[in-house]
Every structure is written in structure tokens, then in C-alpha cells.
Design a binder for this molecule. Structure first.
Ligand code: ASP
Length: 438
């Protein structure tokens, strides 16, 4: 058995948290490869070290003095080192960082130092070897992740290290230039490492006990999800269910390595297992409910649209040419509706409308803004009848008008469009019918 364990920023924000992490690692010999984030928030309005680094580098880039900012960052690390009674000094590391900032080494270099330094502390504290991610995680010149080269080099190098700490979030481009993933990217590093070492499980330790059926800011005390498939998760995280970086599933997914989301502050909780496939039947028909606000619908009508070959393509081409991606496209016989993100669309609105007119000469085009989309996701929906019926009844009872319905043929999810102002009520109504009243 071998595990890769990734710890998020809140799990490593202070010496106290580091101690919990070490207890978790020492409790299981198979936790051999550790991927740390940078120190996160110690209390709600604290600042993450990554954000401090971005700000500090901005000063440097503008030619301003950044001694104070850099010193504040150093203090965050010293507090951890002293709290753990380590015989370690980051003095020379900070000297290098200062020089690199003066030499304008780049925003990504700056941000990456958060996990780099935390990795050094973690390795020292655990007695594990420190392995710099720049030596084993690679990006192409234009900035995309180089999965093949990374996997080859990383698996080879890690095969000779029994126990290692590999800082999350970054890697290197040709010529050794440091490049980071997008925010929250240590989750991605953990997944890449799990694939490279052929781990049996990728444990992702954070500050919640896994995924919840609905957002706790919307639904009071929502139930936890014990097992979720990659596909379900993809639908939910696309719709805004946080916890794990969206790209973190790709490296492990095809390898059949499950991800286990765990809580550093409640290590006994089993958390959520994310798996390729399972015969474990879910507790509820609906695995999760998530959604987003801020969509616009563009409803295009034209008599005999159905007979006009190429109509849809011409309309979609307008969106493509304007660099706008569409979310959903339900259609009727003589109508076609396109859902797009409001903030991507507003600035180009009139241009898009004019181009659609020119391209397909519709009878009318109507816009409706401030819409929300809600995804009701569940692998169990496939074999159960009445799911859609229950959703509609729940919404009708709550007096919420449904603006759109879209069910993919995979029957994994049903997407519902409602007005922004009904978003929270709609999620509560749906949750109520599938979970509370079960
Ligand atoms: N420290 C980085 C961030 O704050 C990456 C991570 O924590 O995963 O985005």
C-alpha cells in the first residue's frame, strides 16, 4: 500500500496545524509522498502567504522597496519553525528570493516560493527528503503542462526516494523558469505525484470532511457525500462546488487511483472517496446539487428553423468568433436558446446580436439576464424514475418558475435554469425533496 498525501493551506497555516499533519503522516507508514501547499489563513481575515507573495512581488516589479512585505512573509515561516522547535534557518533562502525579486524573476516564481519554503520546513520536520518540484514537474514553453515528460522524469526520480516532500503548485518551463498552475494548484501536483509513483490512493487533506450534497452556505447542515464518481464530481465542480481543483482529477482518473478527501482537523472522519466507478449505491438518488448565478439566455426564433440546414452552426459561429463559450443550448422546433455567462457577454452584446441577424435572419431575438443554472447530479438517476418529476414538483411547491430544463442523455444530471433571485430557494427545495424527506 502506498499513499500520496496532499495538505492544503489551512492544514499548514501554523505550527499547531503542522503538528496535526505530522501525526496523520506518522500514523500510517504508507504515507510516503507528501505534497504541501503554502501556509494559508490562521483565522478568517488572515492573509494567505501566496497572496502576500503576489503583493510583495508587485512592489518589486514596480521598483518599490519590498523589505517590509518580505519580512512579514519570513515571520510567518519563522513562527512555524520556532513553534516546531526546528533547527532550521531560512535566512539564505530569503536572501536568494530577495535577489530574484530584484532581478524580476516573475510572478509565478514569487508565488511558488510559498510552497517551496513550506516544503523545506515540512521535510525537515518529518525527516523526509525534500524534492524540488522544478526538477520533476514540467511545462511547455507556451505554459501548458507537459504531462508526458513530467510522468517519465518524476516517476524515475521518485523511485529512488523512499519518503519525499514535493512542494505543490509549481514546476518549471524550459530554461528552468518557474511556472505555477492556477490558484489552488497544489491539488493538481498531488494528483501528478500519485500517478508518477503509482499510488494506491491520493489523500487530499483539507479543512472539511469531504464533499457535501449541497453548499453549506445555502443549505443548513447538508449531508456528506461518502462516495462520488469522477464524472459526477466533474459536473458538480464545474458548477462551482469547491474543495478540489478542477484539473486535479485528470492525472489519476485514468490510472484508477481514487482520491480521498479528508479533514486534517477531524482525521477520524472517513471523508469522501472519489472513484472511477462503483457499485456502492449512494445514500440518496441525488449525489449532489450545485449551481451558479449570472447567465444570460439568448432566445432566437424563426419560422421553419427546423428545416434550415446549417442554422445552428451559423449561430454558434457568431459566438465562436466573439470568443464567447456557451453553456447550454436547448432547442425547440422554431426556437433555439443559448446560455452564456453574463460577464463574458455584456460587453459584446450588440455586436453579437447584429451578427446573428446577419447570419441567419431570425424573426426575433430575445435576451433574458440574471439567470442561474442548477445541476442536480447523481449516478443513481439512471435507474430511478420520477427524479425530474420530483424536482419539478418541489420547485412548483416553492412557487419557483423554471426557465430551462436540460437533461443529458447520460442521465447523470439534470440542469435547471431559474432566476438568480430564486437560486438559493430552488437548491433548498430540491435538497429537501431528495435528502431531508427521504
Ligand atoms: N498556494 C496556492 C494558492 O493559494 C496553491 C494552493 O494552495 O493549492 O492558490
Amino acid at each position: 500500500m502506498m499513499k500520496v498525501v496532499k495538505f492544503g493551506g489551512s492544514s499548514l497555516a501554523s505550527a499547531e496545524q503542522f503538528k496535526k499533519v505530522a501525526d496523520i503522516i506518522h500514523a500510517d507508514e504508507s504515507r510516503r509522498y507528501v505534497v504541501p501547499s503554502a501556509p494559508g489563513k490562521r483565522f478568517p481575515d488572515d492573509t494567505k502567504v501566496t497572496d502576500m507573495l503576489y503583493l510583495c512581488y508587485e512592489q518589486a516589479e514596480n521598483g518599490k522597496n519590498f523589505d517590509k512585505q518580505l519580512n512579514d512573509i519570513k515571520e510567518r515561516y519563522d513562527e512555524i519553525i520556532n513553534g516546531l522547535n526546528l533547527d532550521l534557518s531560512l535566512e539564505s533562502e530569503f536572501e536568494t528570493i530577495k535577489n530574484q525579486f530584484n532581478a524580476k524573476a516573475g510572478k509565478d516564481y514569487a508565488a511558488s516560493r510559498g510552497e517551496y519554503l513550506n516544503g523545506i520546513i515540512m521535510a525537515n520536520y518529518l525527516g523526509y527528503e525534500f524534492f524540488d518540484a522544478a526538477e520533476g514537474i514540467f511545462f511547455f514553453e507556451e505554459g501548458n503542462f507537459d504531462a508526458e515528460n513530467t510522468n517519465r522524469v518524476l516517476s524515475e526520480k521518485l523511485s529512488s526516494i523512499e519518503k519525499a516532500v514535493i512542494p505543490g503548485f509549481y514546476g518549471s518551463m524550459p530554461q528552468g523558469i518557474i511556472k505555477t498552475f492556477s490558484r489552488g494548484g497544489s491539488d493538481v501536483t498531488g494528483s501528478i505525484v500519485a500517478k508518477a509513483v503509482k499510488a494506491d490512493v491520493y489523500e487530499n487533506w483539507t479543512d472539511v470532511s469531504g464533499f457535501l450534497v449541497a453548499d453549506p452556505r445555502i443549505v443548513k447542515n447538508p449531508a456528506a457525500i461518502d462516495t462520488i464518481t469522477y464524472k459526477e464530481l466533474r459536473e458538480l465542480s464545474y458548477m462551482g462546488a469547491g474543495v478540489l481543483h478542477e484539473d486535479a482529477i485528470f492525472p489519476v482518473r485514468k490510472e484508477g487511483i481514487p482520491i480521498n478527501i479528508r479533514n486534517t482537523n477531524a482525521p477520524k472522519d472517513p471523508g469522501t472517496m472519489i472513484v472511477e466507478s462503483t457499485c456502492h449505491s449512494p445514500l440518496y438518488i441525488v449525489t449532489g446539487i450545485a449551481g451558479k448565478k449570472g447567465f444570460v439566455s439568448i432566445n432566437i426564433e424563426k419560422d421553419m428553423m427546423n428545416a434550415e440546414i446549417g442554422f445552428g452552426r451559423k449561430v454558434l459561429q457568431v459566438f465562436e468568433e466573439n470568443g464567447i463559450s456557451f453553456e447550454h443550448m436547448p432547442s425547440g422546433i422554431d426556437t433555439m436558446t443559448i446560455f452564456v455567462h453574463q460577464d463574458e457577454f455584456v460587453a459584446k452584446e450588440q455586436k453579437v446580436l447584429a451578427q446573428i441577424h446577419r447570419a441567419v435572419a431570425p424573426d426575433t431575438i430575445e435576451l433574458e439576464s440574471d439567470l442561474a443554472l442548477i445541476a442536480v447530479v447523481g449516478r443513481a438517476m439512471k435507474n430511478n424514475s420520477g427524479v425530474a418529476g420530483n424536482i419539478f414538483t418541489a420547485l412548483a411547491k416553492a412557487k419557483i418558475n423554471i426557465k430551462m430544463i436540460d437533461q443529458g442523455s447520460s442521465e447523470l444530471n439534470i440542469i435547471i435554469g431559474v432566476r438568480n433571485k430564486y437560486f438559493e430557494d430552488a437548491i433548498n427545495a430540491i435538497y429537501g425533496v431528495f435528502v431531508t424527506q427521504k
